[in-house]
Write a protein that binds this ligand. Structure first.
Ligand SMILES: *[C@@H]1O[C@H](CO)[C@@H](O)[C@H](O)[C@H]1NC(C)=O
Ligand SMILES: [Zn+2]
Ligand SMILES: [Zn+2]
Length: 453
């Protein structure tokens, strides 16, 4: 957590490692159960009813853990390490990651390219028109990218039946149990084949709040069309939920659907998401911060890192270090070469050496004291000398005291007053040798100002 005095951190660490053995072994038991459930559900771990020896069962778990870590591109340790547990706790799709279709007969794909779908009921979370629009767009996404066409029907049996259900709903795949399953879908076929179920007990939205119905529907319809999970964190068919705007398809997704059904006749082909080019002069940044002496420039799912001598930058994927932020950040800062703090929408994440601190993500309202009118942070910078952090939101800025862990009074102020010459909005900012470096618009529009306001 940002700004905890060092002494308190050491104290907490001490308590956690020796203080309360019962509490920590309780947590370990919970972790072990999470791992078992997860591997059983998504990796077909069979810990049989005839009670295999402890040793045999633990070596099975190790094998499945390795398989899971390989699938997600994590470090393959065969152990339930922190990265693995973090990933397992994230909300996800209920369809297994490996060989999901062991139904005896081989399910291939739909034999016809014209399919029907029917929405059997609505969620009360959204107006009906919004639900219709989300579902229609999910089908349009796939018809735009392939030779498939879809028609919505309002009665009778459709190829793909869609419903909002809860708990045990008669298909042996209840919602609401341990784990965080949002929805599931069945591969092509008659009867339940192709059908999509959303967990009604989740909150469905049409924006970035959990959970965006269009995004989840697009993923599930992918399964209805015979696509499997993709371990590439970029793919729409990645197993875990992670909202990143409406541009959903990667080239891999497009290739996968076209391999099954052929290309679209639509003259406007879907555009895959773009990877930033380091030397593009039109490049803008989402966030910039120093981390352990190196400067990180964040853009979409990537960062550009420059060493102390500012030679050529090195491009990396955010997912390589900060798994939960793999889809991008709005703002970032570092406290005392110790905590990396990131913002996306109204949430804040704190990491220590790329390990997420316990209890995160948090919302910016309770943890930092922002008013609810603030929906996201444009930029943030921490000033080591004063222990203050500055947050930039549209034309205003706030100042936060990392020692007292509270917002300073008298804020927000106008950027134009506190930092004359910066303009009305900031994209990114970092501090270096007593200067704040502000970025707005194109990366060449660099503005320098002395810090200390
Ligand atoms: C499908 O393509 C059309 C253009 O042909 C576009 O207007 C529409 O937004 C696309 N739909 C989706 C969901 O991408
Ligand atoms: Zn899925
Ligand atoms: Zn179901």
């Amino acid at each position: 957590m940002p700004g905890l005095p060092l002494l308190l951190l050491l104290l907490l660490w001490d308590v956690g490692s020796h203080g309360f053995p019962t509490a920590s072994s309780g947590a370990q038991e919970q972790d072990a159960e999470l791992v078992q459930n997860y591997l059983r559900k998504y990796y077909h771990l069979r810990t049989g009813t005839n009670k295999p020896s402890r040793q045999r069962s633990s070596s099975l778990v190790t094998e499945k853990l390795k398989q899971m870590q390989m699938f997600f591109g994590l470090k393959v340790t065969g152990k339930a390490d922190a990265d693995t547990l973090t990933l397992m706790r994230q909300p996800r799709c209920g369809v297994p990651d490996v060989a999901p279709y062991t139904l005896g007969e081989k399910t291939l794909r739909w034999e016809h390219t014209h399919l029907t779908y029917r929405l059997e009921n609505y969620t009360p979370d959204l107006p009906r028109a919004d639900v219709d629009r989300a579902i229609d767009r999910a089908f349009q996404l796939w018809s735009n990218a392939s030779a498939l066409t879809f028609t919505r029907v309002s009665e009778g049996q459709a190829d793909i039946m869609i419903s909002f259900v809860w708990r045990d709903h008669g298909d042996n795949n209840p919602f609401g149990g341990p784990g965080n399953i949002l929805a599931h879908a069945f591969p092509p076929g008659g009867g339940i084949g192709g059908d999509v179920h959303f967990d009604e007990e989740k909150r469905w939205t049409k924006d970035f709040r959990d959970f965006n119905l269009y995004h989840v529907a697009a993923h599930e319809v992918g399964h209805s069309l015979r696509l499997l999970h993709d371990g590439d964190i970029e793919s729409l068919m990645f197993s875990n939920y992670n909202y990143y705007g409406d541009n959903l398809l990667t080239q891999r997704d497009i290739d996968a659907i076209q391999a099954l059904y052929g290309p679209s006749k639509n003259p406007i082909q879907p555009r895959e998401r773009q990877v930033p080019q380091a030397c593009d002069s039109k490049l803008t940044f989402d966030a910039i911060t120093k981390i352990r002496g190196e400067l990180y420039f964040f853009k979409n799912r990537f960062f550009l890192r420059t060493g102390p001598f500012y030679k050529t930058g090195e491009l990396g994927a955010i997912a390589d270090f900060w798994v939960p932020l793999s889809r991008g950040v709005d703002a970032a800062y570092e406290v005392a070469s110790r905590d990396e703090v990131f913002f996306k929408y109204s949430k804040v994440w704190a990491f220590n050496a790329a390990k997420m601190r316990r209890g995160y993500p948090k919302d910016i309202y309770h943890s930092l004291g922002f008013p609810h009118t603030v929906k996201s942070i444009d930029a943030a910078v921490h000033e080591e000398e004063s222990g203050k952090t500055y947050f930039f939101v549209a034309s205003k800025y706030w100042r936060y005291d990392e020692n007292t862990r509270s917002m300073d009074t008298g804020f927000p102020k106008e950027i134009a007053h506190g930092f004359p010459g910066i303009g009305k909005k900031v994209d990114a900012v970092f501090q270096e040798r007593g200067f704040f470096y502000f970025f707005r618009g194109k990366s060449t529009d660099l503005i320098l100002t002395q810090s200390g306001f």
